[in-house]
Ligand binder design. Structure first.
Ligand SMILES: [Zn+2]
Length: 205
């Protein structure tokens, strides 16, 4: 698994490629900015390694505690944190959950102290502007997912390279294929043991 520093370097070095590709696809500097911004955020702060005490986690500063329950409920490098789409989707849902908690907390304070903060009004206007700027939202989400995937891909290729160096090419074959092959060969050996002279006679008839 590459170190946090290497992950940061991969994110920064891939940024021009992601920017170039997205501009080539959407032909809009405005949307490309959102993709690139999302990519940086996904790679440096909102990536899969929020499931441990990582650089991404440290960058949340005062808000690090937000990710404590996430870390305790997920295994490091589990499919739910490092998997494609599911990892980012789950982290976004998790963060939205916290925002909902904060909104409810704000509502209670608003009610108790009569501050007229209009938390609901703020949430409604936020939702309205998000739905009006849905293209920017999609571009940002794509960027975040690409940033997270650049991390997961470098994790997987790093460990695959290490396995290849220590155990050779066979270690890169999917485990299921290997297990199936082992089962087949063990089945063959047991069936050859089962064939008794009488059964051989029976088949001859
Ligand atoms: Zn990782």
């Amino acid at each position: 698994m590459p170190s946090g520093r290497t992950h940061d370097r991969i994110t920064l070095w891939s940024l021009p490629i992601i920017t170039g590709l997205s501009f080539g696809l959407v032909h809009s500097t405005h949307l490309t900015l959102f993709v690139s911004g999302g990519f940086l955020f996904g790679g440096l702060m909102f990536g899969p390694d929020l499931d441990i005490n990582s650089r991404q986690f440290q960058r949340w500063g005062w808000f690090k505690w937000l990710w404590r329950p996430y870390q305790t409920s997920l295994h490091h490098r589990s499919f739910l944190s490092h998997g494609p789409i599911i990892g980012t989707a789950l982290r976004l849902l998790y963060l939205l959950n916290w925002l909902a908690v904060l909104a409810v907390f704000g509502l209670i304070i608003d009610e108790l102290l009569g501050l007229e903060l209009s938390v609901l009004g703020f949430v409604a206007s936020l939702w309205r502007s998000l739905s009006l700027h849905y293209q920017e939202v999609i571009a940002l989400l794509v960027g975040i997912e690409l940033g997270a995937m650049s991390h997961s891909l470098s994790d997987w290729s790093g460990s695959a390279y290490r396995r290849f160096k220590t155990k050779g090419l066979s270690s890169l074959l999917p485990q299921i294929k290997l297990q199936r092959r082992q089962r087949k060969s063990s089945g063959r050996s047991t069936s050859s043991k089962v064939v008794s002279p009488t059964s051989r006679r029976r088949t001859k008839k």
